[in-house]
Structures are given as C-alpha cells and as structure tokens.
Ligand binder design. Structure first.
Ligand SMILES: O=C(O)CCC(=O)C(=O)O
Ligand SMILES: [Fe+2]
Length: 352
C-alpha cells in the first residue's frame, strides 16, 4: 500500500489518499495491513475527518472493477428515471431512510443491502415489479464492496488506537453485526444549468463552466453515523470542512471512495475524531450521481464514549453523555435548520 497526497484547494493542506488492497482475511489479527497504514487512517480522521481511498481486490481484474462502477452508475440512472410514483414506494422505512426529494436532489435507500435477508431483492421488486436482475446483481456486488471497505477502515482505526477486539466497531467483535445498521443510499443532484443552455460554441458542452459560480445542492451537515463511504460519478461537488475550519474541495479520481467520519465516531472517540461538516456545490450541465454506505448503530443502541478515551485522573473526562441513537436521528429530523451544529444542539455535551 502506498499513500500519495493529492493537493486540495490550499497549498498547505493535503487530502490523504490511501490505496488499500483487500487483505486475505478480514480479521485484523491475521492482517497484512501495516500499523503505519492504520495510523494514516487515524491521523486523517482526526485532522480532516475524511480521506480518499482506492480499494482493490487482487482477485478482481481492473477491467471488472471499472465495469462494476460503470454498471452501478447506469443502474442508478435507470432507478432515478423511474416515475416519481414508483420511487415513492420506497417509503415503508423510517423517515430518514425513505425516498426524499427536493427540486434539485433525490435520494433512495436500502437497509442491509449486501445481506442475504432479501432487502435489496424486495427493493428491486418494489421498483421493478417484473424484476431487474441486472440492477440487483450490480448493487449487491457494489454494496458488498462498500461494506467490506467500511469494516476494514473501522478495523484499521481500532488497530491504530490499539483497541482491536475490545469494541463493537471492530467487526470481529461478537456483537458487531447485532450493533450495526448499514444503510446503502443512492443520490442524484440535478445540474445547475439545463442542457439547452448553449455556451455559444455550438457543441452544447458547456465548456465555459469555469466562469460559473458553484450553486448549493446539499446544505452543510454532519453525518450522524459512525462512518460513510461514498462514491460519485465524474461530476465533482463535495466539500468538507476540516478541523481547522477550512472548506476543502473533495475531487476523487474515478473509482476512488470518499470516507467520512460521522457524529457517532466523534462521540465514541471522545472528540478525537473530527466529524466534518460537508455540502455539495455544483456547476455545469451534468447531473451528479453518488451512492454510499452509511454505517451507523442500530436505532436502539446507545452511543457513548469508549472507555479507552476517558481518564478522569489524567484530566480526560468524557465530553459526551450517552444517548440512544434513534433519539438523535429523530432530533436531527426535527431540527434540520440546526444541521451545522446538530450534535452540539442535541445537548449531549457534558458541561465542564
Ligand atoms: O453525495 C455526496 O457526495 C454527499 C452525500 C451526503 O453527504 C449525505 O447524503 O449525507
Ligand atoms: Fe452527508
């Protein structure tokens, strides 16, 4: 594995870009992944709260990887092109999981899409009553890859903190599966400029995009979960705010994944990990498609500071009070206007 910094907006800050090869075993105690690489995950999440990663499976040919990515985006196009009434059927889930639409943004979600419990199959049947095997197979493979990567990343973090096997964040822990509720979400953001908008050179490309001001498509917020692994089509737009307050453009190379820490990880680490505010700003004539695995605790689970990060005698008390994750999700839904300071507004922070 190698790390190469890729320049962000500012010359002084770099976005960490890791290359992770699928380990022969997903269990960290049998790993070839070095501690040094694990420390890079920790450092990136503590400073910026996000990083980019290329994830390869040695068994998988590069060509297969590209075609999976290509098929995923063509499946997403197919999905978002369905009539609105059909997409509205994705509403039997709790409100934060269901089909949601504004004039410029749409999202659909499937819980545990990679598992054998048939959630992805039911979702596919709901959208295409006559079946769509291609969609099902593609999304099953892609969401399987995302869940695998999210497990590896959480494990790398646990390894770096020296807490492997002692926390449910590590998937080798007995109750990991019973604790986690991974959600596969698919998003579409419409282009700020319509396709009829001619840029004057007759090619209809909109190649004077450079002069345009980017327009907000998704308002600044933090994710409530532990970790999010995202992937986008060729249209950039994601921006993340680092711990030192700088908005950074996140422009991944094709096929790279974006890893973001959420509020639950900030709480678990007693504030060591930064859960970055992020937003989507777009320009140009192309719609942006993205999808991701949002790995959070099950609704009834308690989110709390992990013991390892607390030492009263050393002057490191727990900054956060424990809370039920569902209470926080509901609070977030009722207080969308406080998205920029959600965790702080939730009043789970202990007074000094
Ligand atoms: O589409 C993206 O890149 C970001 C999506 C996002 O932040 C979210 O759905 O919470
Ligand atoms: Fe988000």
């Amino acid at each position: 594995m190698a790390t190469s910094p890729s320049p962000s907006q500012s010359p002084t800050t770099f976005i960490t870009h890791l290359h992770i090869k699928k380990p022969s075993s997903l269990y960290a105690n049998q790993w070839s992944i070095s501690t040094l690489e694990c420390q890079k995950v920790q450092k990136a999440l503590e400073t910026h709260g996000f990083f980019l990663v290329k994830y390869h499976d040695d068994q998988e040919q590069e060509q297969d990887e590209c075609s999976l990515l290509h098929e995923t985006f063509s499946s997403l196009n197919q999905l978002f092109n369905l009539p609105r009434e059909t997409k509205l059927k994705n509403s039997s889930l709790p409100p934060y999981y269901t089909y949601f639409r504004t004039t410029v943004y749409e999202t659909l979600a499937v819980v545990n899409s990679f598992s054998s419990s048939g959630q992805l199959l039911s979702f596919t049947q709901l959208m295409w009553p006559h079946g769509n095997q291609k969609f099902y197979e593609t999304m099953r493979r892609m969401s399987g890859k995302l869940i695998e990567l999210s497990k590896i990343i959480l494990c790398m973090l646990c390894k770096s903190y020296g807490v492997i096997g002692r926390t449910e964040l590590d998937h080798s822990a007995a109750d990991h599966e019973a604790t986690m509720d991974p959600l596969f979400r698919m998003m579409k953001y419409s282009a700020p400029l319509s396709n009829n908008n001619n840029d004057g050179d007759g090619d209809g490309d909109g190649d004077n995009d450079e002069d345009e001001e980017p327009i907000l498509r998704l308002t600044p917020h933090t994710d409530q979960n532990f970790v999010t692994v995202l992937c986008q089509n060729e249209v950039d737009g994601l921006m993340c705010k680092s711990r030192d307050g700088e908005w950074m453009k996140v422009n991944p190379s094709p096929g790279s994944f974006i890893v973001l820490a959420g509020d639950a990880l900030r709480v678990w680490s007693n504030g060591r990990i930064h859960a970055p505010l992020h937003k989507v700003m777009m320009k140009g004539k192309k719609d942006r498609l993205s999808f991701g695995m949002f790995v959070g605790p099950k609704g009834d689970k308690v989110v709390e500071v992990f013991d390892e990060f607390v030492d009263e005698e050393e002057g490191r008390p727990a900054i956060f009070k424990p809370f039920i994750f569902l209470d926080y999700l509901n609070f977030s839904l009722e207080n969308v206007c406080r998205a920029e300071t959600m965790l702080d507004s939730f009043e789970c922070i202990n007074s000094a």
